[in-house]
Design a protein around this ligand. Sequence first.
Ligand SMILES: NC(=O)c1ccc[n+]([C@@H]2O[C@H](COP(=O)([O-])OP(=O)(O)OC[C@H]3O[C@@H](n4cnc5c(N)ncnc54)[C@H](O)[C@@H]3O)[C@@H](O)[C@H]2O)c1
Length: 362
Amino acid sequence: MTRKVKIGIIGAGQIAKSHAKAYLDMEDVEIIGVADINLNKAEQFINELNIKTASAFQEYEDLLLLAIDAVSVCTPNFAHFQTSVDALIAKKHVIVEKPLAVTLDQGIEMIKVAKANEKILSVGYQPRYDPNMKKVSEIINSGKLGDIYYVEIGGGRRRGMPGGTFINKSSAGVGALGDIGTYSIDLALNALGNPRPLTVSAYTTNHFGTNPKYHPESDNFEVEDFGVAMVRLERNITMYIKIAWAMHMDTLGPAIFLGKNAGLKITPAGDGPWSGVWDGGIGAMSLFYDKSTNEHVEEKLPIVKHSLDIFSEKIKDFVNAVKYNKPAPIPGEDIILNQAIIDAIIRSSESGKEIEVELPEF
Ligand SMILES: NC(=O)c1ccc[n+]([C@@H]2O[C@H](COP(=O)([O-])OP(=O)(O)OC[C@H]3O[C@@H](n4cnc5c(N)ncnc54)[C@H](O)[C@@H]3O)[C@@H](O)[C@H]2O)c1
């Protein structure tokens, strides 16, 4: 494509600003329209960011009638499904914010529609572009750890519960799992080469969000603020997930990968109340192995200091895929495994039973 890539943005909230700023920095991109169910927000968004090429829309369907190549879906979780599906049917490529959707069925349908319309469906996990996150994948893929049999991921905030569109079933659908848990799951699944989940046994709760002492919108708080799960993955890997938006604790500890030959420990940056390695905030990494029978080694791995804007990297990668007809940088077909785990965590917690995960082949 020699002309500029034409973009539409659906949902003019906080994260849409990061999308728009990244697009505005790219000479080969033009933002043509911004849609929000609140038209004022779309208009203000365009004015605030001085997007001269863009018009505001209240109905995203009207935006989809324009000659645009791709859309950023930046709505609350629950609207990811319908807006993405409609955009794909309208022959637009889609980058949808994380989580892919709210339920597994929605995610499956989104992938099918993307395939049927031969359009990209990419999902917004910018931590993948963090050099230290890439290093985790490199280490796992190098085979140094041998067969990996156990992974522990997640993290927690002492207090870090959002409000607004993030806390009720009708807009968010899922809480801490869809907000930060999904990043942790992506870190593990991506590094492990996307093993499929087989079973999930989980527990979630929201003791903090529903308590007026801890949350000003406790009356509207319907999603989980805490979740814990044991997931059986293919290749005899067990994954333990723990995630908290709020807790009476400083940290839920490091992420660990245990292999038959070595172990990898990933410690969050800082040990404060927002600790967790879900977002690229890696403070330290160590490899544990034996040099000889009695010689146990902890090899501290260097952390890459960088000034990379990982969000812009995510957007650039998407635009390049659109421009040069490349596959989705973070394809829905991979992320459906992440969605399947979140979906099964919610169902397992509701039923008090282990859930068998059923996934189609795409
Ligand atoms: N990748 C990241 O770092 C990151 C960070 C924050 C949020 N997110 C994700 O981005 C999404 C949005 O989060 P946010 O913080 O921007 O929320 P927000 O509430 O600030 O913005 C969402 C906007 O979407 C609009 N909207 C709702 N339904 C719509 C519809 N059907 N059509 C058009 N517009 C609609 C709302 O009016 C609102 O302006 C969430 O899914 C969230 O998980 C990603």
